[in-house]
Ligand binder design. Structure first.
Ligand code: NOJ
Ligand code: CA
Length: 692
């Protein structure tokens, strides 16, 4: 629904009331179900928008605009010079994903603001309003006032969320990129935040601010403008310019997901819907799947990446993992540390990495051949230690090599402090950029495209955040971009008990995460060191979960490449629990978040793609609780065999994490079941339709 109204406004000047015949225009549009109302105005020459849900305000009147270094900006003296409306309702199919069919139903309002002073110029803000939130972006058309290069120095988009609104966020200006324990507090006390950032306002409305389709632009974070009101801040280049572009251009979409409850945020597809359609054509070669790998052994200091006597990536050790993968039905084996460059201080020696040369004890052709003979694929690894120029100079050859040995997926890595991405510029000068800068936004797409030429898919660690680009580039399958399992080996402190139930409502709204779940030895640092100089981490560094919660992660944390991260020998000791990891798929027909509260607990059900089984995962924070889940996603009245993997009655993440009950019983579609969850516990359930 769209409304247009003109108002006469009065302005106060000093003590005198002057009636100005200034006509402010106000436009309104609503979501298809009418619950969300967007209001756009040019009152007092400012471009503003506000958003409400039912009778409750979500975003107070907040400014829009943009400033340039060499051109007149859009910040004041603006008037609405035109608008158009349209709507869409169509369903599209994902090649892989958390659901196969995605409905894109929205109303669109495009508002053009013209400047009243300075050279003639205009900018359009396009809004799309869905039942689960809205997105808007700026579009600058080709025009006389914007010839030549355009240097954006500020985007003025504001988000007035309210001072008392609860916020779950990570800071955006600290050294560890996105890898922080989530912080919680009133919005009025938050200085800066990465997106997605999740809010719950005093009316109980949940919303999340993020962005969609981040291309040709720099990443946006939020900076407090005044308590409870944030402004978009674009990550600058090393020379201070925030975005380098030219007209015409479109910014990424600024998104505000909105729902009456927490799970409504998870059940929204607006980020994907605001991305462009698949640009890669046939992507049947992009293969979701589960993998194991030479990985955790290095993080718990059992093995090393470098070649120093306990080297992890040897031909022999890789074959052991290949055998394990083949025996238990895993599609891939990740191998880290096979290539030259890891010896010594690899964190700071990115220039030493050789992406096509292996250590003498690793025969890449032989392990590739062996993997193929077993029906398994190697998963490649490109750790760059953030020396991006060194990587780009070898990238084509590196992907050629991987293609020649049958690698279908490559994990990339950019270990370095925030702001320490090294590149050599066109004048041969070393520059340092941010992980979420325009330079890196562009770099990641160069990698994704080079990989696609070889039918290789990408899993980026220390990445730029996900903004739904998997729709356009389906071989950009997953990424890290939050604290993953590795922090439980050496992080101080490790991921807290509420980490997963926070991630589900924050980071996971952006897209899939390679969290690397499935640790079965929950006290890895209590083992004696394998060598005197290989001291384990502090014993307090451990997954703060029960065993059942490790299994639930496979359903709760979506990733099309899903790792079984522990050592094969630890799985061999618990084949009963390992069965769930063998059974759970990595690609889904449908996903439904059923219940939860941010940071407390969450339950999600997913149906396997190409099958009829459903899987249910539920996790809680440190508070034990029993949650009731109605199986109304199953066929009503139909009988299913439910295989439960749940916490034992005496389970507790700290004192008794291995207590697990594995049992099967029949349930019916529509029935309500109780899931008892221990302190930082979980439940994983497989539901098999009977008679199929
Ligand atoms: C950090 C990544 O997140 C981790 O998975 C990897 O093992 C190390 N970097 C080494 O590349
Ligand atoms: Ca990492």
């Amino acid at each position: 629904m769209f409304v247009r109204c003109a108002q006469i406004v009065a302005m106060m000047a000093g003590a005198m009331l002057i009636a100005l015949p200034l006509r402010a225009e106000t436009l309104q549009a609503t979501s298809p179900d009418g619950a969300i109302t967007l209001t756009v105005s040019d009152e007092r020459g400012l471009a503003t928008y506000s958003v409400s849900y039912g009778d409750d305000q979500v975003i107070a009147a907040s400014k829009l605009g943009m400033l340039f270094r060499d051109h007149h900006g859009f910040d004041r003296d603006l008037t609405i010079s035109g608008s158009t409306t349209t709507s869409r309702d169509e369903t599209w199919e994902q090649p892989w994903g958390e659901r196969r069919l995605v409905r894109d139903q929205h109303s669109e309002l495009a508002v053009t603001f013209a400047a009243q002073t300075g050279p003639a110029r205009n900018i359009t803000v396009r809004f799309r309003i869905f039942d689960t939130g809205l997105g808007f972006r700026y579009e600058l058309a080709e025009q006389e006032a914007f010839s030549g290069d355009i240097n954006i120095i500020d985007e003025l988009t504001q988000f007035g969320v309210g001072e008392q609104t609860m916020t779950w966020y990570t800071p955006s200006d600290e050294f560890n990129r996105y890898e922080y324990i989530y912080r919680t507090g009133a919005a009025g006390k938050v200085d800066d935040a990465h997106t997605p950032v999740t809010f719950r306002n005093p009316a109980g409305i949940h919303f999340s601010i993020h962005e969609a389709a981040l291309v040709n632009y720099s990443g946006m974070s939020l900076e407090a403008l005044r308590p409870g009101s944030f402004e978009a801040r674009l990550r600058p280049w090393s020379d201070g310019i925030r975005v380098k572009t030219s007209a015409p251009f479109k910014t990424p979409w600024r998104t505000i997901q909105i729902a009456p409850d927490a799970v409504g945020l998870i059940n929204s597809d607006i980020i994907l819907n605001l991305n462009e359609t698949n640009a890669m054509g046939d992507v049947s070669w992009v293969e979701p799947g589960k993998y194991v790998g030479i990985w955790w052994a290095m993080h718990i200091r059992e093995r090393t990446w470098g070649n120093d006597g306990i080297h992890g990536a040897t031909t022999e050790e890789t074959k052991r993992y290949i055998d394990f993968a083949a025996e238990h039905g895993f599609a891939g084996v990740l191998v880290e540390g096979w290539n030259i460059g890891w010896d010594g201080d690899w964190f700071n020696n990115g220039a030493l990495f050789k992406f096509t040369e292996s250590y003498p004890d690793f025969d890449i052709e032989e392990v590739g051949r062996y993997a193929r003979s077993k029906g398994v694929r190697l998963i490649g690894h490109h750790e760059t230690s953030a020396d991006v120029s060194n990587y780009e100079s070898q990238m084509e050859a590196a992907f050629d090599l991987y293609q020649s040995v049958g690698v279908a997926q490559v994990k990339t890595g950019y270990v370095a402090d925030a702001g320490d991405i090294s590149r050599i510029d066109e004048n041969g000068i070393q520059k340092f950029e941010w992980h979420d800068s325009q330079f890196m936004v562009d770099h990641h797409l160069r990698v994704v495209e080079a990989a696609a030429k070889r039918q290789i898919s990408i899993n980026a660690h220390e990445p730029v955040k996900d903004t739904g680009l998997r729709r356009t580039y389906p071989n950009w399958m997953t990424r890290e971009g939050a604290r993953g399992m590795e922090f439980n080996a050496w992080g101080t402190p490790p991921n807290p008990t509420e980490h997963i139930s926070t991630l589900a409502f924050t980071r996971m709204l952006a897209g899939p995460m390679d969290y690397t779940p499935g640790i079965f030895d929950l006290k890895p640092n209590e083992r004696p060191p394998v060598r005197e100089d290989m001291r384990r981490g502090d014993p307090s560094n451990r997954p703060q979960t029960t065993l059942a919660k490790q299994l639930a992660l496979y359903v709760v944390l979506y990733s099309p490449l899903q790792m079984a991260a522990d050592l094969p020998e630890n799985y061999e000791k618990r084949m009963d629990a390992f069965q769930f990891i063998k059974d759970v798929p990595a690609d889904w027909e449908e996903s439904i978040a059923l219940a939860g509260e941010v940071g407390e607990y969450v339950a999600i059900a997913r149906q396997e793609r190409g099958g009829t089984d459903w899987f249910l995962g539920a996790v809680t924070d440190g508070t034990p609780r029993t949650i009731e889940v109605t199986l109304d996603f199953l066929e009503p009245g139909k009988t299913y065999t439910a295989q439960f993997y749940r916490d034992g009655e005496d389970a507790h993440w700290e004192t008794n994490p291995y207590s697990i009950v594995i049992e099967a019983r029949d349930v019916k579609g529509g029935e309500t079941i109780s899931l008892p969850l221990a302190s930082s516990g979980g439940a994983a359930v497989r539901l098999i339709a009977k008679g199929d």
